[in-house]
Design a protein around this ligand. Structure first.
Ligand code: NAD
Length: 256
């Protein structure tokens, strides 16, 4: 389906980004991976699907490193056809205690990095007459939760950014959309479960069931594979006229 196309997924050494990278690779896309931690394992998993894979370790909080990553994708892969802005971090604290450095990091990684990758990717996509930008926002791009002010601000920001750039590209072959997951059991959420267990003096199992049941009516986690398959759909011809949407995959969270 995507043979000859290249996808760049930020934050794809783990969790949702890795799930999306694998789903796109299964459909034939070459992959540029990014993110911290072990990159050899994710690269091997993508390569096993028979596509070309590369890796760039740019820190998404640093615009000059993002520029270097996009230059690497251009020189080693001939550019980016599918851009998935996924890298993200979380910090949970009341606003008056929120560490200034954590606020700045969340805005830089969860929001501004998507501006930097998108501004660099768009002109070549338009020149080719086809492109896909998929921003991994969150239910927290649509509704808020207490103690997540930076994350909610960044995710509402990326939903707005998605709409603005979708309008700017509306008459082109480039579409820009956001995916808004509810709870997905990744390391980012496991940390919140562990904190909840420690604070409440309860088991990790109990904390996990409480966490997902509290906000997500389905009481089921969304899987990274399901999000990968949605990304594949957004890249398919069936989604040529899907523009500027923020697609919730949240077990009913935002229907309440
Ligand atoms: P994760 O912690 O499993 O993965 C995050 C990825 O981002 C990792 O590859 C990590 O190395 C990378 N990363 C972090 N900081 C980076 C930086 N400065 N530069 C480059 N890479 C960096 O988390 P996840 O749950 O898979 O989250 C992925 C995205 O999905 C995030 O934007 C998150 O906000 C969003 N999201 C997650 C959930 C959930 O329930 N897990 C729900 C909604 C939205």
């Amino acid at each position: 389906m995507f043979k000859g196309k290249t996808a760049l997924v930020t934050g794809s050494t783990s969790g949702i980004g890795l799930g999306i990278a694998l789903a796109l690779a299964r459909k034939g896309a070459n992959l540029v991976l990014n993110g911290f931690g072990d990159s050899a394992g994710p690269q091997a998993a993508v390569a096993a699907l028979g596509v070309k894979v590369g890796y760039h370790g740019a820190d998404m909080s640093k615009p000059t490193e993002i520029e270097a990553m996009m230059a690497y994708a251009a020189s080693a892969f001939g550019g980016v056809d599918i851009l998935v802005n996924n890298a993200g971090i979380q910090h949970v604290a009341p606003v008056e205690d929120f560490p200034v450095e954590r606020w700045d990091a969340i805005i830089a990684i969860n929001l501004s990095s998507a501006f930097h990758t998108t501004r660099l990717a768009l002109a070549p996509m338009k020149a080719k007459g086809w492109g896909r930008v998929i921003n991994i926002a969150s239910v927290h791009g649509l509704v808020a939760s207490a103690q997540k002010s930076a994350y909610v601000a960044a995710k509402h920001g990326i939903v707005g950014f998605t709409k603005a750039v979708a309008l700017e590209t509306a008459t082109t072959g480039v579409t820009v959309n956001a995916i808004c997951p509810g709870w997905v059991l990744t390391p980012l959420v496991q940390k919140q479960i562990d904190d909840r267990a420690a604070q409440g003096g309860i088991s990790a199992d109990r904390a996990r069931i409480d966490l997902v049941g509290e906000k997500q009516p389905s009481q089921q986690f969304t899987t990274t594979q399901q999000l990968g398959d949605l990304a594949v759909f957004l890249c398919s011809p069936a989604a040529d006229n899907v523009r500027g949407v923020s697609w919730a995959v949240d077990g009913g969270w935002t229907a309440q």
